[in-house]
Write a protein of this length. Structure first.
Length: 440
């Protein structure tokens, strides 16, 4: 077993290139085996195996800092930093966390759980490095789902200022928990199908310069235009326009290609985004076919992919799901809003029945609350389905935009109380205290 060679950070560098794909296979088999017993985040981790291996090959841990967004996809990182044994106690009380934890390993540089924090935290590290005159690389790894969260844009807006190297790796699998939504998702889709930018740029410049007499001049003139040749060729270039260099897209299951791209990225001054394309659930058929079901899964039968235990009693989510469909039928002004949690909150059935009255706003809880306030101000009856711990993100919007205006928005708060396996970042134990303070 190649995996046996890995007992601590950087051991992967002792694994020869010829064995990389075997190691990836062994990691996948290990993850499927362990998560089938303990439950956990499977599909995102299967998709990020080669990406994580490439990061560990290109960077030097714990000196360099890898900041994972959400952190649910960090299982391979845990394996490559000597925590294989921890999978026997994964997500259990006192056991290994399903998310990065600074207290668990010096290779986990930032605790996560909630979405869209990695660029802010990474930028903090990069700025501190500059001020303290230190020398290490900082890499923030963010998914296309997490990139729908506003904080990521606030961070990118700020990142354009940094003069030293700061790397953002966009792990784009075209999925949040369920389908990713919105304009950014469309933009990424365009980039997915585009040829790598550098390749096109060189190709076009070469062809133009071959035009007799005016060719060279033409290339020079295009180069001098404000935004350069890229605007003629690549749709959007959202990141470059924000002052963040763009590299990619790179095949997220081709380790050599990624290592090359990451090394290239480290040579650049300032912020650079490497766009990596991966497949959620990669290597396990049931997870490839049902990535949403295998995003976070209970223990399951590896052969069939079916859950080991059948739930017999209806829970809060089931009841809410049924009631919402009934309310929708009775009153056409009832609309439903979720921040990327249509499966978990039980809104999927409402979505199927009333697609025009269902809104998935992306991982954007603040916007979700104010958007619902707008719907209510205009005369509709919005029901916002949200997990208790994620509603924390929208405290000011609940207070300022909904309650002070006394608008009729219903917040249907799921996963309140102790939620267990996801740990401290996901406990729904603060809602009563933070919401009871609001009396208008
Ligand atoms: C603030 C917040 N809202 C919702 C979630 C629930 N959540 C966990 S992962 C995830 C989807 C993330 O998608 P992406 O970043 O593309 O990662 P992938 O799982 O596709 O690799 C969501 C909505 C969360 N962790 N934090």
């Amino acid at each position: 077993m190649v995996l046996e060679k890995i007992t601590q950070a950087n051991d992967i560098k002792k694994v020869g290139k010829a064995e990389w794909s075997l190691l990836a296979e062994e990691i996948r088999a290990f993850l499927i085996d362990k998560i089938s017993l303990s439950g956990g985040h499977l599909a995102s981790n299967l998709g990020a195996v080669e990406l994580t291996m490439a990061l560990h090959l290109a960077f030097d841990l714990p000196k360099d800092k890898i900041v994972w967004d959400v952190g649910h996809q960090s299982y391979t990182h845990k394996i490559l930093t000597g925590r294989m044994d921890g999978f026997d106690t994964l997500r259990k009380y006192g056991g290994m966390s399903g998310f990065p934890k600074r207290g668990e390993s010096e290779c986990d540089c930032f605790n996560t759980g909630h979405s869209s924090t990695s660029i802010s935290a990474g930028l903090g590290y990069a700025m501190a490095r500059q001020i303290k005159g230190e020398d290490y690389k900082v890499v923030s790894v963010i998914g296309d789902g997490a990139l729908t969260g506003g904080m990521a844009y606030e961070a990118m807006n700020n990142a354009s200022r940094i003069r030293s190297n700061f790397i953002i790796v966009l792990n784009d699998n075209n999925m949040s928990i369920s389908e990713n939504v919105g304009g950014l998702s469309k933009h990424l889709n365009n980039l997915r199908t585009a040829k790598p930018y550098q390749e096109i740029k060189t190709g076009i410049a070469n062809s133009l310069s071959r035009i007799p007499v005016c060719g060279e001049g033409l290339v020079e003139r295009i180069r001098k235009t404000k935004s350069g040749i890229k605007h003629l060729l690549v749709p959007g270039m959202l990141f470059e326009d924000m002052g963040i260099m763009y590299l990619g897209p790179v095949d997220g299951h081709n380790i050599s290609q990624m290592v090359k791209a990451f090394r290239e990225a480290t040579r650049l001054q300032g912020p650079v985004l490497v766009h990596v394309l991966t497949k959620k659930g990669k290597g396990y058929r049931p997870a490839e076919r049902h990535p949403a079901r295998f995003h976070g899964t209970d223990p399951f039968n590896i052969k069939t992919g079916l859950p080991l235990k059948k739930r017999v009693k209806a829970n809060y989510t089931d009841v809410f799901s049924t009631v919402m469909c009934k309310l929708g039928e009775r009153d056409p002004s009832v609309v439903a809003v979720t921040a990327a949690m249509s499966d978990g909150t039980g809104l999927k059935r409402f979505h199927n029945k009333y697609p025009e009255r269902f809104f998935d706003v992306g991982i954007a809880e603040g916007h979700m609350a104010t958007f619902a306030a707008g719907l209510a101000a205009a005369g509709l009856k919005p029901v916002v389905a949200v997990y208790s711990s994620f509603l924390q993100r929208a405290y000011d919007q609940v207070l300022h935009d909904v309650c002070i205006q006394n608008l009729p928005v219903v917040f249907a708060v799921d996963r309140a109380g102790l939620v267990g396996s996801d740990g401290e970042t996901h406990q729904g134990i603060f809602d009563i205290s933070y919401l009871c303070g609001i009396r208008i």
